[in-house]
Every structure is written in structure tokens, then in C-alpha cells.
Design a protein around this ligand. Structure first.
Ligand code: B12
Ligand code: SF4
Length: 621
């Protein structure tokens, strides 16, 4: 008697993290990227787990591949051929797609769908829209019409079901798991193939938890991942650290938006401290809020556990602006104490600063930056435009009110003006963003930053390389540091559809010139920085350096630069909106304005952004 052995078949799972287009229509792409994608790592690990468990059947060989477009040219043709040669068996997963990446993701989806290949897309744009909007926006409906499956929510515990549906040709138009967020304890943790980790310069990301209890109105995280802390166990984190170390990664980015509110922070730090005491070498970067120094032992244990860089959610120093954003947890009187707590443990401090809150004017921003330089011992400051990101309460409100927002989603990268401002024209706002970078990183202040670092032993060379990475990316590569990398790549054939034609010869000549001039200018700046650092190092008095920002005084005596609320917003009441539909120098191009009557001069009481006590409610299923 003979038994028929079932025929083995390959099923391809091709996971792509799309990048986005620059203003000339070229993909923002590098040979090596600074910041790797944790979303890609999560999906790769979850799909690999389904493959290893042979969950789709003993005879189904799942072949999982991961591509991060920020450093890899996506081999679209090769992927299509690979899947079709197996008789059309496979799926493309577009991973971690943010709003600014949606147009690029849609272009990729169209190519795969044209070849008849199933495609699913997830990430913050899909989840944010499904969570907050009454109906799907047109760009998502267009994708559904193309046959692309939308996935809202988190994939832990759901990957097997999705792949099984795809395998059986039963993909649904929408998977919505926002109402049922998975606990993270014991879940498969993020990982990437070694070649992808290498292109991310062996800087490995992982999330030790999700969710944040606060209510900032510009934030998408609370509406997508929730306000309750969900966390990985210390065992989970140890496994992640060891697995990454085995691949050569010793630097980690713990991507929790607010690790200080991860309820398992202490057990995780204790485990990392124990691992370091056993001789494992690693360092990591954390993101935390401005009040984390109040948690007993938090900063001290973070440093002992290996934290050498921290991102603080400073966002703004003007209380009226913080109130406008519902960022009630930020108390400026405490800022210096927070910063001092981290500095005294030799941790380099990066802080985000958002430009475009209602009280901002070019002059107020200039004075606020000078105040920060003088009063706050922050090392790195990075600037963002206030942006109504889908998923945020701000975006939801603007949609509900039919207010004008930039229609091109590619520009929602917090580096472009996407809405109107009550007190600045579009040009003024764009100019002040540019000026803010150069003002903060003026040669005098760069010297101060290096002197402070030298005096406190925070590592002037670490600060110098951080200045190079942050300011250097903005100044010489023309991109925000969060999407920067080493050696820009531009592939003529992957330009955004609809871009004006580019002469091939001119393209290569221009590329050569751009690369050369950027490289030379970058090199010269680095030489200047390094010489400055060495000069400070040799200066015997440098260890005794001090200034107001390093003093032990609290900030109560500081003359803050902002104007009183009444003078700051003539004709406006405290509580007026973050985003105004007043003209502000723009032509009123909002087609919906006519339908609702003119929006000019309209000023609303910003219910949730300015002090509504209710958290925004996610409309998850
Ligand atoms: C780490 C991080 C980065 C890192 C790495 C990016 C990454 N995706 O890992 C870096 C520094 C590169 C980065 C850059 C930027 N970021 Co960022 N980033 C984050 C952060 C803090 C964590 C990402 C993460 O690890 N999340 C955990 C993962 C597991 O969640 P997830 O991505 O949603 O994926 C899960 C589900 O969505 C689902 N899923 C996702 N995709 C798919 C696909 C399919 C097919 C399926 C089935 C499921 C699925 O399964 C995943 C696992 O559960 C998030 C905030 C957050 N909490 O997520 C912001 C966030 C994603 N970033 C954001 C932004 C705006 C940016 C920047 C534009 C900022 C800037 N001005 O430079 C740049 C963009 C450039 C770029 N190249 O990415 C926004 C996006 C909001 C939006 N609506 O677009 C967020 C939400 C923060 C915010 N401000 O609101 N970021
Ligand atoms: S502190 Fe604010 S911006 Fe940061 S994750 Fe929490 S709610 Fe969002």
C-alpha cells in the first residue's frame, strides 16, 4: 500500500515598510538608515512565528521576507515574479504605514494589485482613521476598491488568522481589532533579519510596552494604542536583548512613547541592570515625559540599566501653548529638575519642540528658543510643525468642522505646513521652522552645549555626534533627523507618479554634484565641531564651567519670554483653537468652506484641545 505525501508548497509573505517622497518626488532613502522600524520588526517576528509553527498546514512552507524602504530599494518586479512563479501564492503586507507614507504605500499597492497579488495594509494611518473618524477617508476607500485589505489595530494574536484568510483567498476588506487590544506579556517580540539590522546600523528597536495615560490633543497614540499601559515582561525583554545581541546589535531604541508610564518599568530596568552586571554590554535610548523624575528611582535605575540618551516630551515652554494641547502634565517650573536628574547621570538629553501652537509668532518662537538656550540644560532640540495627524483629537475636530487641511498626505511628516495658523502666514511658519534649527544650533550655543557636556561628564563626543546627526541631517541632508541616514539614495525609476520628467543626464550630473557638495559641507562642519570639542577638552578651566541652566535654582525666578495671554492673542479668548480657520495669509482654498459658509474669521472654543476634561473617545469596534 502506498501513501500519497501531500505536495509541499511555498507561500510568500513579503513585508514592506514604505518610506515617503521628498518634495522633488524621490523616495527618501539611504544606504544606511539611522532609525530602524519596530513595526516591521513586529510583523516579521509574528509572520515568522506562524511559519515556524506551520500554522497554515504541514505542507505549507511560509517564506517570510522583510524590506525597509528607508534603506532598501524594493525589488517590486522580483517579488511579483517570485510569487507568480509559485502560481500566485503569496501576499504583500504594507507595514507600519504612517500618514505621510500612505501615498507611497498606495503606489506600491497598485503595482502589486495590477499583478493580481493580495495586499494588506496597516499602521497608524489606517488605525488612526478607523479609530477617530465617522467614515473611512477617500484614500482608504480607494485602496479597498483596489482589493487591498485594511488592518486596524495590533497584529499580536491576529497574524495567523490574517495569513490563513489570505492563503484561502478570503481576505476581508477591513480587519478592525481596535476594540480588543492584545496584552503584550509573553507575546512574540520584534525581530528582524540580520541584514536589515545591519542596514539600520545595528541599532535595534523594540517596544517594551504600549499606551500612555495622558491626553495631548495632537497625539495619535492614545487613540490607537490606548491610555492603559500594556507591557512586556522582564523575561520578554531579556529575550529581546539577547536575541539582538546574537545578531550584533548592542544599541537599542525602546520605542514606548512614554516608558515612564510603562507599569512594568522597574522589573524591566532591574533585569537590564542584572544583565549588565553579568557582563552583557548594551546601551539604549528611551522616550519619557517631563515629570518622570518624580517617580522614585526611575531616572537612577534607567541610567544603571544602560540608558545613555533620553527623548523628553518638552514640546513647548509657553504654558498657553501647552494648555492648548491638553499637555497638562508638563509643568515648566519642574523642567530644570527633570533635566538635572538625567544630566547628573550623564544621559544625553534630546527634546522635541513643536512650532505652530496658537500663541506662537516668529518673534515669540525666537525668544522662547533663546530662553531654552539660557535656562534649560537640554542637549539636542528637534523641531516639528504642529500637524493634525489622523488619529489625533486635533485631526478629528478639524474633519468634523470641515476645516482646511493639506490634501497631500505625503506632507504629514511634521516637516511641512499642513494647516492654517491664527497668527502666522504659511511662509512665516515655514521660515520660522527653518530659522529655529539655525538659531538653536548657532555656533555660540553649540560651544555652550559642548562646554556643559564637558563640565558634567555627559560626554562631549556623544553630544558632538548627536549634534551632527540631528542638526547635520537638517542642514546638510535637508530632512528631519528622524528620517535621516547615511548616504542618500535616489532612484530615478521610483519617482512619485505625476512628477515632471527628469532628463537622465541632468539627473546624474545633479546627483553627483549634490552628493559631493553635501559631503564636503558635512565633512567641514564635522571638522569644526571636532576641533571645538578638542579645544574645550584641552582647556583646563572647562571642567569648572557653569551657567544659569546648570544652576540648582528652580525656574521660579526666570523671566519667561511669552506675552500675557491677553496681549498674545488680541481678540482671542483663552481656549481658542490650536488650528484657526482665520485666513492667516492663505487663500481660502477649502472647498468645504463654501458649503458651510465662509470660515474666515471663525474662531471656536477648542473643546478638547483646550481643557475639555473628557478624553477623546475611540470609535473602535
Ligand atoms: C519608533 C517610532 C519611529 C521610528 C521608527 C519607525 C517605526 N515605525 O518603527 C522613527 C524614528 C524612524 C520614526 C520616524 C517618524 N515617525 Co514615528 N513613531 C515611532 C513610535 C514611537 C513607535 C512605533 C512602534 O514601534 N510602534 C509599535 C508598533 C508595534 O505599532 P504599529 O506601528 O502600529 O504596528 C502594529 C499595528 O499597527 C499593526 N500593523 C502595522 N502595520 C501593519 C500592516 C499589516 C498588513 C498588518 C496586518 C498589521 C499591521 O501591527 C503592528 C504590531 O502590532 C510611533 C508611536 C507608536 N506608539 O506607535 C511613532 C509614530 C508611528 N511616528 C509618527 C511620525 C509622524 C513619524 C515621523 C514623520 C516624524 C518626523 N517628523 O520625522 C517620522 C517618519 C519617518 C519614517 N521613516 O518613519 C506618528 C505617525 C502618525 C501618523 N498618523 O502618521 C507616530 C504614531 C507618533 C505620533 N507622533 O503620533 N518613528
Ligand atoms: S505624553 Fe502626550 S504626546 Fe506623549 S504619548 Fe502621552 S499623550 Fe501622546
Amino acid at each position: 500500500m502506498t501513501h500519497d505525501t501531500p505536495r509541499r508548497e511555498n507561500y510568500y509573505v513579503e513585508i514592506i515598510k514604505p518610506s515617503h517622497y521628498d518634495d522633488d518626488g524621490y523616495i527618501i532613502q539611504w544606504h544606511w538608515a539611522f532609525a530602524p522600524s519596530n513595526s516591521l520588526a513586529c510583523l516579521y517576528a509574528l509572520a515568522s512565528d506562524v511559519a515556524e509553527r506551520r500554522a497554515l498546514g504541514e505542507n505549507v512552507e511560509l517564506v517570510v521576507n522583510a524590506y525597509d524602504e528607508s534603506h532598501a530599494v524594493i525589488p517590486v518586479g522580483k517579488i511579483i515574479r517570485r510569487i507568480l512563479s509559485g502560481g500566485g501564492r503569496g501576499i504583500v503586507l504594507l507595514a507600519g504605514v504612517q500618514t505621510n507614507q500612505l501615498p507611497r504605500a498606495a503606489d506600491l499597492a497598485r503595482e502589486f494589485r495590477a499583478a493580481g497579488i493580495p495586499v494588506a495594509i496597516g499602521g497608524f494611518h489606517v488605525s488612526g482613521c478607523v479609530a477617530m473618524l465617522a467614515e473611512l477617508p477617500s484614500e482608504l476607500r480607494d485602496l479597498q476598491a483596489l482589493g487591498v485589505a485594511l488592518f486596524a489595530g495590533e497584529a499580536e494574536g491576529r497574524m495567523e488568522g490574517l495569513l490563513a484568510d489570505a492563503y484561502r483567498d478570503r481576505l476581508q476588506p477591513l480587519y478592525n481589532y481596535l476594540g480588543d487590544r492584545p496584552e503584550l506579556q509573553g507575546q512574540v517580540g520584534p525581530r528582524l533579519p540580520r541584514k536589515v539590522v545591519a542596514r539600520g546600523m545595528f541599532f535595534a528597536p523594540f517596544d517594551a510596552g504600549r499606551g500612555c495615560p495622558f491626553e495631548c490633543s495632537f497625539c495619535t497614540i492614545i487613540n490607537v494604542q490606548g491610555r492603559k499601559s500594556r507591557w512586556r515582561t522582564a523575561d520578554d525583554v531579556e529575550r529581546l536583548v539577547r536575541a539582538n545581541q546574537a545578531q550584533g546589535a548592542r544599541r537599542f531604541f525602546i520605542t514606548d512613547d512614554n516608558f515612564a508610564r510603562n507599569q512594568n518599568w522597574e522589573a524591566i530596568f532591574d533585569r537590564l541592570i542584572a544583565l549588565r552586571e553579568q557582563g552583557l554590554h548594551f546601551r539604549f535610548t528611551l522616550q519619557v515625559d517631563m515629570m518622570c523624575h518624580k517617580i522614585p528611582g526611575f531616572v537612577e535605575k534607567a541610567a544603571r540599566a544602560g540608558c545613555n540618551r533620553v527623548f523628553l516630551g518638552l514640546e513647548n515652554i509657553n504654558p498657553a501653548n501647552l494648555a492648548a494641547a491638553g499637555k497638562r502634565q508638563n509643568r515648566i517650573g519642574e523642567y530644570r529638575a527633570t533635566l538635572r536628574a538625567w544630566r547628573s547621570r550623564r544621559v544625553v538629553i534630546c527634546a522635541g519642540y513643536i512650532l505652530g501652537f496658537p500663541s506662537d509668532t516668529p518673534e515669540a518662537i525666537r525668544r522662547d528658543i533663546q530662553t531654552i538656550q539660557r535656562e534649560l540644560p537640554v542637549d539636542i532640540l528637534e523641531f516639528f510643525f504642529l500637524t493634525p495627524l489622523p488619529g489625533s483629537a486635533d485631526h478629528q475636530r478639524m474633519v468634523d468642522r470641515g476645516q482646511w487641511m493639506e490634501p497631500d498626505l505625503n506632507r504629514y511628516d511634521a516637516e511641512h505646513v499642513t494647516t492654517r495658523h491664527p497668527r502666522m502666514s504659511r511662509q512665516e511658519w515655514a521660515d520660522v521652522y527653518d530659522r529655529a534649527w539655525h538659531l538653536y544650533y548657532s555656533p555660540q550655543h553649540v560651544e555652550t552645549l559642548l562646554r556643559r557636556a564637558r563640565a558634567l561628564g555627559a560626554g562631549a563626543s556623544h553630544v558632538a555626534s548627536a549634534i551632527m546627526a540631528y542638526y547635520g541631517s537638517y542642514r546638510f541632508a535637508g530632512v528631519h533627523p528622524l528620517q535621516a541616514g547615511l548616504l542618500r539614495r535616489k532612484v530615478r525609476g521610483t519617482r512619485r507618479p505625476g512628477s515632471p520628467p527628469d532628463n537622465p543626464l541632468l539627473f546624474y550630473v545633479r546627483r553627483a554634484w549634490q552628493s559631493l557638495s553635501a559631503g564636503v559641507r558635512q565633512g567641514m562642519y564635522w571638522l569644526w565641531l571636532d576641533r571645538l570639542r578638542k579645544r574645550i577638552h584641552r582647556d583646563p578651566s572647562s571642567q569648572a564651567y557653569t551657567d544659569a541652566a546648570l544652576s540648582d535654582d528652580d525656574l521660579n525666578g526666570v523671566a519667561w519670554s511669552w506675552e500675557p495671554a491677553s496681549a498674545a492673542s488680541p481678540g482671542r479668548q483663552p481656549g481658542d483653537g490650536v488650528y484657526s480657520s482665520q485666513d492667516g495669509g492663505y487663500p481660502n482654498t477649502d472647498p468645504r468652506a463654501d458649503a458651510r459658509g465662509s470660515t474666515a474669521g471663525f474662531s471656536w472654543n477648542h473643546a478638547s484641545s483646550l481643557g475639555d476634561e473628557r478624553p477623546p473617545v475611540a470609535k473602535a469596534a
